[in-house]
Design a protein around this ligand. Structure first.
Ligand code: ZN
Length: 240
């Protein structure tokens, strides 16, 4: 399996990577959709993560939103893992054209990736809703209660909440890269959450690779399926 993936990467220079929460779990960022995340949120806050991370909730219960957000969505000490570093190296080598991610943690950029399409936004960008002033993630983390701008208005993270649409520009770019790729590597996602599965359907290239801890409903479409933790896989492929 690992040898096959290494050969696919060595033989091609038009690769696109599409990743989900599983890419960052080995950097100790939990998937908030996991059962423990869900259970903890319901018992502590009285709402599920899906309820809390919705636009309606942000508007109506901003203080509780920020309490949950600061405790569960900000991992500012997290370090990139070998998956992030390998992808950055492949981009440097001219093999990888883009990283398309559902993650909001900024770890791809921290590892050195430059062309990163963040479908769900980033915790590192936060804007005042009135004057559009920019604030970094540390400002949010260190703010007491609701994060507010110097002008007094509420600051909103540039993170796509439930009930909000994805950024059109990101969708167009992501589909364009997937459609034109020869190789698509899909990693750290079970493809069960919108829009991952629908994006993969745009792929017209010759090799589709899935790297995920567990199997996905789309495995039969793939050229190669590796059911192992993705950082371990990329370590073996690129750094051993
Ligand atoms: Zn402001």
């Amino acid at each position: 399996m690992i040898d096959k993936l290494r050969k696919i990467i060595n033989d091609n220079d038009n690769i696109v990577f599409f990743g989900g929460a599983g890419v960052s779990t080995e950097s100790n960022i939990p998937d908030f959709r996991s059962e423990t995340g869900l259970y903890n949120a319901v018992s502590k806050y009285g709402y599920s993560p899906e309820q809390i991370l919705s636009r309606t909730f942000f508007e109506k219960h901003t203080e509780t939103f920020y309490k949950y957000y600061k405790e569960n969505m900000l991992y500012l000490d997290a370090k990139p893992n070998n998956a992030h570093y390998a992808l950055a190296r492949l981009e440097d080598a001219g093999k990888l054209k883009a990283v398309i991610t559902q993650n909001i943690d900024g770890l791809h950029q921290l590892a050195g990736s430059k062309n990163v399409i963040e479908l769900h936004g980033s915790v590192h960008r936060n804007y005042c809703r009135k004057c559009n002033a920019f604030y970094d993630a540390n400002y949010i983390k260190n703010s007491k209660g609701i994060a507010k701008c110097q002008c007094g208005e509420i600051v909103k993270p540039d993170v796509v909440l439930y009930e909000e649409g994805l950024n059109d520009n990101c969708i167009v770019k992501a589909i364009d890269y997937i459609r034109n790729a020869d190789i698509l590597i899909v990693g750290g996602t079970s493809l069960s959450v919108y829009p991952a599965a629908s994006f993969v359907n745009y792929f017209r290239g010759n090799k589709l690779v899935f790297i995920n801890k567990s199997s996905t409903p789309y495995d039969r479409k793939a050229t190669l399926v590796i059911n192992q933790p993705i950082a371990e896989v990329f370590k073996k492929v690129c750094f051993d």
